[in-house]
Design a protein around this ligand. Structure first.
Ligand SMILES: Nc1ncnc2c1ncn2[C@@H]1O[C@H](COP(=O)(O)OP(=O)(O)O)[C@@H](O)[C@H]1O
Ligand SMILES: [Mg+2]
Length: 258
């Protein structure tokens, strides 16, 4: 694989759900290695559908998605599992197993690699345990490994989810509104760990975000969706008042997260 080849190429992607809703209508864009791409748009504009098509949690209706040069839409079971190994995901509601320990939650980031039966049995190698503990340290939760996930605050749970996603050493991380359930200061702490994953570990990031101020602060490039189509692609700094109103509607006012 060429170093400068795009990590992700999406071409003319369409998704129409069974109920007839056309969530994506001909979306095309390219992501280079090392980018932190923000995806913005009103609720219902297709952001989650787009992210979920990339790892095929949602089946695209038509179009092409190339990840590391390979066509994701054509992948069968084994190839798809291998691709998913390299694509981490972080969700708005964290999706931790609440009654399990924090360390176990991080270790299940290896689920695809070790097989479900091994992770259910709690059989992880000393190396895997050491890596999980190291990642917990990186997200500032080194002392929480034995605590039940349900005992942590929302921001802490999202940091566990980030550690879990990094466990599989992803090339690409998909984050679907990762701070939408968090208060402003916690949002920054979570965004900073995503930034660290991007800058220090070289993980390419695609992140759906609601607040433009976060987009401006953390992303290197942005695409804006409106009713399933890209209406803006470029620098987050160049989204001025006029663009903002075009993307979010005439009535919208920018809310800043300080
Ligand atoms: N599973 C689904 N079945 C049917 N329609 C869906 C489904 N998921 C999303 N949609 C519809 O697709 C459109 C895009 O939704 P979504 O991708 O969730 O947007 P966003 O993440 O930007 O809020 C919306 O009209 C939504 O109602
Ligand atoms: Mg969404």
């Amino acid at each position: 694989m060429q170093e400068d080849a795009p990590i992700l190429e999406v071409k003319d992607l369409w998704k129409t759900y069974d109920n007839g809703v056309a969530a994506l209508r001909g979306v095309s864009f390219t992501v280079r290695r090392g980018e932190f791409l923000g995806v913005i748009g009103l609720s219902g504009s297709g952001k989650s559908t787009l992210l979920r098509c990339i790892n095929r949690l949602v089946e695209p209706s038509s179009g092409s998605i190339r990840f590391g040069g390979a066509e994701v839409t054509a992948m069968g079971g084994k190839d798809l599992s291998a691709a998913r190994q390299r694509i981490g995901m972080v969700f708005q509601h964290f999706n931790l197993v609440k009654r399990k320990s924090v360390l176990t939650n991080v270790l299940t980031g290896r689920l695809g690699a070790v097989g479900t039966w091994r992770s259910i049995a709690g059989r992880f190698s000393p190396e895997e345990r050491a890596r999980a503990a190291e990642l917990l340290g990186i997200v500032g939760l080194g002392d929480k490994g034995d605590v039940r996930a349900s005992e942590l605050s929302g921001g802490q749970q999202q940091r566990v989810a980030i550690a879990r996603s990094l466990m599989q050493r992803p090339d690409l991380l998909l984050a679907d509104e990762p701070v939408a359930s968090l208060d402003p200061s916690t949002s920054h702490s979570v965004m900073r760990y995503l930034e660290q994953a991007n800058q220090e570990f070289g993980v390419t990031i695609l992140c759906n975000l609601h607040f433009l101020s976060l987009v401006r602060q953390y992303t290197t490039r942005v695409i804006a969706l409106q009713a399933g189509q890209i209406v803006y692609e470029g620098s987050p700094q160049e989204i001025d008042e006029a663009w903002f109103r075009r993307i979010y509607g005439e009535e919208a006012k920018e809310v800043r997260i300080q």
